[in-house]
Design a binder for this molecule. Structure first.
Ligand SMILES: Nc1ncnc2c1ncn2[C@@H]1O[C@H](COP(=O)(O)OP(=O)(O)O)[C@@H](O)[C@H]1O
Ligand SMILES: CC(=O)N[C@@H](CCC(=O)OP(=O)(O)O)C(=O)O
Length: 260
């Protein structure tokens, strides 16, 4: 049996924030002719709106502390503005797309993160992914577009890091597809020095990963990102890459390859 390739592509805040870059990316993404899923964050935009509204923003280990007002902001920004704008742009490019939160189609169920040292509020840790609806859509050439919200199946939406949504979706589809997972952001990949684009680390494996954490190269938002990369590569996802969007479209482009 031939196993189809499915690309799960996650785009982060710095791409979404740059209108020109986002539209250019969506144009090229639309042309990918294998089944594909787009997952978007939008943390930066949520932070901007919170600031405008005078709502304090608190982040711990790359995760947003989400009180009731912050959850409202996240819902408006992620599931509303960003998700619908992306779907509309994909439609313009003749890529038939449908916007999803984890509540839609009961695709991603999560559990409110238990309070330990930190109370994250309405932040969800994924406990179950039901990829049936997603499989049906991609097999009919329709592209699901996921935002960073999940639900607890008891009526509560929960804020969930978009990188985690991408890895869990990728893993849930790895039984049926040859899944490739791409984390796109504004840097070439994982850099030895975050301010030097020439310091790209081309391959990271489990061993070198621990060393990079130790040396303080991987910090803040990069910690959950890399954690998700290894979670995916250790759970049957065929390929995991971190870098600029070019890595999807340009054969000679350089990026970080995640290996077991
Ligand atoms: N070693 C590193 N290599 C690349 N980027 C880094 C590194 N350390 C910190 N960063 C910063 O981490 C950010 C990525 O994390 P995050 O804000 O969560 O991005 P995203 O919105 O793509 O999820 C990048 O914008 C980059 O500036
Ligand atoms: C719990 C948590 O931290 N959720 C993230 C979801 C958005 C996100 O992941 O956006 P980026 O990918 O652009 O960073 C947040 O609210 O910032």
């Amino acid at each position: 049996m031939i196993v189809k390739t499915l690309k799960v592509v996650k785009i982060g805040g710095n791409i979404i924030d740059n209108e020109e870059e986002l539209y250019g990316f969506l144009e090229q993404f639309s042309k990918i002719n294998t089944p594909k899923i787009l997952v978007h964050g939008g943390g930066k935009e949520a932070t901007k709106l919170a600031n405008k509204m005078g709502v304090e923003v608190k982040m711990t280990n790359g995760r947003r502390i989400t009180d009731e007002t912050t959850l409202d902001i996240a819902t408006m920004v992620y599931a509303g503005k960003i998700n619908k704008q992306i779907v509309a742009k994909l439609q313009r490019n003749n890529c038939n797309a449908i916007g999803f939160s984890g509540a839609d189609g009961n695709t991603i169920v999560s559990e409110k993160r238990p309070v330990k040292d930190v109370d994250f509020g309405f932040v969800g840790d994924i406990v179950d992914v039901n990829p049936d609806v997603v499989k049906l859509l991609v097999n009919h050439n329709i592209t699901p577009v996921f935002c960073a919200l999940t639900h607890d199946k008891k009526g509560q939406l929960l804020n969930t890091n978009a990188d985690t949504i991408a890895s869990e979706l990728a893993i849930s589809l790895a039984k049926d597809f040859n899944v490739e997972l791409y984390y796109c952001f504004e840097k070439k990949g994982v850099l030895q020095d975050a301010n030097d684009d020439n310091s790209l680390i081309e391959t990271i494996n489990t061993l070198t990963y621990q060393d990079l954490i130790h040396k303080g190269v991987i910090t803040d938002g990069m910690l959950p990102k890399l954690n998700n990369c290894f979670h995916a590569i250790n759970n049957e996802v065929a390929k995991v890459c971190v870098g600029k969007t070019e890595m999807l479209f340009e054969i000679n482009s350089k990026f970080t390859n995640i290996k077991k």
